[in-house]
Design a binder for this molecule. Structure first.
Ligand code: CP
Ligand code: NVA
Length: 310
């Protein structure tokens, strides 16, 4: 894809709507190829290094398998085993890794960590989740919505729950691709004002609308997509009990989704805390597309790897 080679993938707002749409088209094409048991090895000889400061199932496995399917290799670097743990700077680490590998995927606490690595690295740096954003997830989500709803523009998405990394990325993704996002959260748990402001600016060019509400029923009413994520994200374990109480009225259960469009789809980035943000009935129910979403991490990320590395 012209214009994408060599770039970082840190946040969706670094890309134009056309670039994101082209990435989704490429992901869909790679998925077709994979289904047909075909596919060359366009990244033969390339190495992706991965650093995880936090646990991961989907991101770790889909990047590793995706890179293998494209003919490349993966190097898993535990931050505890790197000299980072003894005080080597992020910038020095990035400069050195740039001499050995072709791209770096990082899951970090602070978003500044991936920005600092990207600033110093001469290779593409991919954000595999920070406390602020989770762009690879929302690319897979958009691919999933396109498959199930046949379009993105004008689709109504109700995000119910915490204004976390997934929600912040959803604000930008919806704004860039012209969806209608209604986010319902408890008072005091609203999105960061600077991210909301950025989403509102981006939405002006695409016809997207963004609403932040406190009433989950108002958010879900007539929605084509109902989305939730955990109430306590990685790193917030100390707030778990308080959050469980505060978010209880925001549980996605049969009573809440009864207000959605009759053919709504239910989405969750996973891992789910069953019985908290979502009931088994909804998560395992006929409207749930959570496993398509998880699979699409593979296809969306192969598109990202190919576009940045080819
Ligand atoms: N959705 C997601 O990023 O899952 P993991 O934490 O398992 O990678
Ligand atoms: N918001 C969650 C997403 C996990 C994929 C977290 O950060 O823990």
């Amino acid at each position: 894809l012209p214009g994408l080679a060599g770039r970082d993938f840190l946040t969706l707002s670094d890309f134009t709507p056309d670039e994101l749409a082209a990435l989704l088209d490429l992901a869909a094409a790679l998925k077709q190829e994979w289904r047909g048991g075909r596919g060359g090895e366009p990244l033969y000889g390339k190495t992706l290094a991965m650093i995880f400061e936090k646990p991961s199932t989907r991101t770790r496995v889909s990047f590793e398998v995706g890179m293998q399917q494209l003919g490349g290799r993966v190097l898993n670097l535990s931050p505890r085993e790197l000299q980072l743990s003894r005080g080597e700077t992020l910038a020095d680490t990035a400069r050195v890794l740039s001499r050995y590998v072709d791209a770096l995927m990082v899951r970090a606490y602070s978003h500044a960590t991936v920005e600092e690595l990207a600033e110093a690295a001469s290779i593409p740096v991919i954000n595999g989740l920070t406390d602020l954003y989770h762009p690879c997830q929302i690319m897979a989500d958009l691919l999933t919505i396109r498959e199930h709803k046949g379009r993105l523009r004008g689709v109504t998405v109700a995000y119910v729950g915490d204004s976390n990394n997934v929600a912040h990325t959803w604000l930008l993704g919806a704004a860039l691709l012209g969806l209608h996002l209604r986010l319902a959260c408890p008072p005091g748990y609203e999105p960061r004002p600077e991210v909301l402001a950025l989403a509102e600016v981006l939405a002006r060019d695409t016809g997207a609308t963004i609403q932040v509400l406190h009433d989950p029923v108002a958010a879900v009413r007539g929605a084509e997509v109902v989305y939730t994520d955990v109430w306590t994200s990685m790193g917030q374990e100390g707030e778990e009990e308080e959050r469980r109480r505060t978010f209880a009225p925001y549980q996605v259960n049969a009573r809440l989704v009864a207000h959605a469009a009759p053919d709504f789809i239910f989405m969750h980035c996973l891992p789910a805390h069953r019985g908290e943000e979502v009931t088994d009935e909804v998560l395992d129910g006929p409207h749930s597309v959570v496993l398509d979403q998880a699979e699409n991490r593979l296809h969306a990320q192969k598109a990202i790897l190919l576009a940045l590395l080819a």
